[in-house]
Design a protein around this ligand. Structure first.
Ligand SMILES: Nc1ncnc2c1ncn2[C@@H]1O[C@H](COP(=O)(O)OP(=O)(O)O)[C@@H](O)[C@H]1O
Ligand SMILES: [Mg+2]
Length: 301
């Protein structure tokens, strides 16, 4: 039969869109072909991201996460298709979109000679806040990041985790309504990672947050919805519960024996299934065993 873990034709699995929420970002049939190497990086992506939610954008290295996010932020244009941010088209309304957009790129872009406070000031002024609004914003961000003691430190003297946390917080400066975070916790120590999670949960209300990651646990814990892409295509999107009920198939336990077992040799070359029932406590558990080549036994309960 078909291997349940690796179906040959994975169907796109999409949960019904949350009708009571506004889509802060809507990507429509987006395509990106890089000129160098004729690489199809994003392949007909259609996907909504909703206000008041964190949407985890999960995918392997090279899946097209950064490319999608770079198109949303206007770094380069789509080959075809488009996206709407707060109803505005990225092909025509980019300068209006940028007023309400916050971004944390995959690699930190901090100015090593500026202090933490100066960074917040700089980004807040760029977003058009007045001097008075800026000083209030500086206090808020310093509190929320737990960096008041680093106020006057140059960012080059901060730990990697603190630098990343500051970069994430800067994306929210000036009340950005749509916030795009490209792997905000990649390469960050566990303590700073938890700090970043708390920051995102605190800032989620009233915002559309897109968070790319390849940590499954993070996608699960933070994401109100999880969108999984692979090779530029959408594989599935929905709440954690929906994805688990649709795709979860119990637990797999793979055992590999060192020595060949004579009794198994007859089925070594043909993937065969052995079924048996086993009494576990008062429940009758049904188990089937898949015995594959090289004495590999997959137990599916
Ligand atoms: N500037 C570029 N020129 C050509 N190919 C690129 C460029 N940037 C990314 N790619 C390719 O596009 C694909 C998607 O990359 P990317 O969007 O960075 O994926 P992810 O962020 O999910 O790891 C990869 O195969 C990558 O090699
Ligand atoms: Mg990337």
């Amino acid at each position: 039969g078909e291997d349940p873990v690796h179906p040959q034709h994975p169907a796109v699995c999409v949960e019904e869109e949350p009708a009571h929420l506004e889509p802060g970002v809507y990507i429509e049939n987006l395509m990106k072909v890089y000129r160098h190497g004729k690489k199809l990086a994003v392949d007909g992506l259609t996907l909504g991201f909703y206000e008041g939610q964190i949407t985890s954008f999960l995918g392997h290295n090279g899946a097209g996460k950064t490319t999608t996010m770079s198109i949303l932020t206007g770094l380069f244009p789509p080959t075809s298709g488009t996206a709407y941010i707060l109803g505005k088209d990225i092909r025509t309304d980019l300068s209006a979109i940028r007023q309400s957009l916050g971004v944390c790129p995959q690699h930190n872009v901090l100015f090593s000679m500026l202090t933490v406070e100066e960074h917040i000031w700089f980004y807040a002024r760029l977003k058009g806040l007045s001097e008075e609004q800026v000083s209030a914003e500086i206090e808020h961000i310093l509190q929320d990041t737990g960096l008041p003691h680093k106020r006057c430190s140059r960012t080059s003297t901060l730990s990697g985790g603190m630098q990343r946390k500051l970069s994430v917080a800067l994306a929210f400066v000036g009340g950005a309504k749509v916030v795009i975070l490209d792997e905000p916790t990649a390469g960050v120590d566990p303590y700073a990672r938890r700090g970043i999670w708390d920051l995102l949960l605190k800032y989620r209300q009233g915002r559309t947050i897109i968070l790319s990651t390849h940590h499954m646990d993070e996608a699960d814990i933070l994401g109100d919805r999880i969108a999984i892409i692979s090779h530029g295509k959408l594989c599935c999107v929905g709440s954690s519960l929906y994805l688990k009920t649709q795709l979860g198939t119990g637990y797999y336990l793979t055992l590999v024996k060192k020595e060949a077992e004579p009794s198994l040799s007859s089925c070594r070359n043909s993937s065969s299934t052995v079924s048996f029932t086993k009494k576990v406590g008062s429940n009758l558990a049904f188990t089937y065993m898949n015995i594959k080549g090289n004495n590999r036994i997959v137990v599916h309960t």
